[in-house]
Ligand binder design. Structure first.
Ligand SMILES: Nc1ncnc2c1ncn2[C@@H]1O[C@H](COP(=O)(O)OP(=O)(O)OP(=O)(O)O)[C@@H](O)[C@H]1O
Length: 294
């Protein structure tokens, strides 16, 4: 079953583009990544889903219901973390969270305490006195306190230190195991890769591709850098799948796409001092898709 269904969604802001003809589905129970550079249209899509803004054309359904017509009902089952969080600075964290909880017909006290403990958040502090990262944690607790069935996160890790990012990912993993569906936007491919089973890539307001993470990785090349002990001739790496080969003294670099065993055997047959194998970054993956489309 699809928890989110987006059909040809377009949003223009006056003359400027927001998103153009966006369509994709998120299935029940999956962690779905929504990835693209700044300004690509991730927040616009998410805000439209939450009916915080209205589409110029197209439509979207959440839990099988139109996201505008049924917005109040749907929102009760969604946990949303906006990309930027703004609060009444004078309030204490606990008062803000209790106020948020009052919108739901259930007692969220225990869950607030649990989440605050996991995220190491001091509930007694004034919002005003919190760092950016701690404000983000308030947003996370606020988004999850009512145990939503669908969690929508817009750039959730910005401002969180690596330890907190890790805890937050663990928290999402637990929710995922309970059957919760997650839509997670980011401009960092590696964090999406860790958690998500599928991704939609958006660029300049349009969906470039919707793929399983495993397919994205298989279809992409890896970047090799090798520091050899002896000088090698360029022809040594004349292997199918190697491109952009450069050899400068003991430093070899190339891109590789294909059966990794073949290239790794070739590397192992020579004396090496060091090797680095890197995934292509987001821009490079975009390039890959543009080349494919052309
Ligand atoms: N309120 C607005 N008025 C005019 N243009 C807007 C408005 N909000 C967004 N846009 C434009 O819509 C496009 C998509 O922006 P959006 O914020 O959705 O991107 P994003 O992928 O979420 O990027 P970021 O990661 O920087 O938040 C951008 O070109 C942006 O300038």
């Amino acid at each position: 079953m699809n928890v989110i269904e987006i059909n040809n969604l377009t949003k223009t802001y006056g003359k400027s583009r927001g998103i153009t003809d966006i369509s994709f589905n998120v299935e029940e129970g999956e962690i779905f990544g929504f990835i693209g550079p700044n300004g690509a249209g991730k927040s616009t899509t998410i805000r439209t889903l939450l009916s915080l803004i209205y589409p110029t054309s197209g439509s979207a359904k959440i839990f099988g219901k139109d996201c505008i017509a049924f917005a109040p009902e749907i929102k009760k089952q969604i946990g949303y973390l906006p990309s930027e969080v703004f609060y009444y600075d004078n309030m204490k964290v606990i008062d803000l969270l209790k106020y948020s909880a009052s919108f739901y017909k259930k007692d969220c006290t225990k869950r607030i305490k649990e989440l605050a403990e996991i995220m190491d958040l001091d509930l007694t502090k004034k919002i005003d006195d919190l760092s950016l990262g701690n404000k983000k944690k308030v947003g996370i607790v606020q988004g999850l306190l009512h145990e939503p069935k669908l969690i929508i996160l817009d750039e959730p890790t910005s401002g969180l230190d690596p330890l907190m990012q890790q805890k937050f990912f663990e928290l999402l993993e637990i929710e995922h195991q309970k059957g919760v569906t997650v839509l997670f936007s980011s401009h960092i491919l590696s964090e999406v890769q860790r958690l998500c089973s599928r991704v939609a890539i958006i660029k300049e307001g349009k969906i470039v591709t919707v793929e399983k993470i495993s397919t994205l990785q298989e279809n992409n090349y890896k970047k090799f850098k090798i520091h050899t002990k002896a000088n090698l001739d360029k022809s040594y790496f004349d292997v199918a799948g190697v491109s952009k080969l450069e050899v400068e003294g003991n430093n070899v670099s190339f891109l590789f796409k294909g059966n990794l065993n073949i290239v790794l055997k070739k590397i192992a047959e020579t004396e090496i001092a060091n090797v680095w194998i890197e995934e292509p970054d987001l821009e490079e993956i975009f390039m890959h898709y543009y080349v494919k489309e052309a």
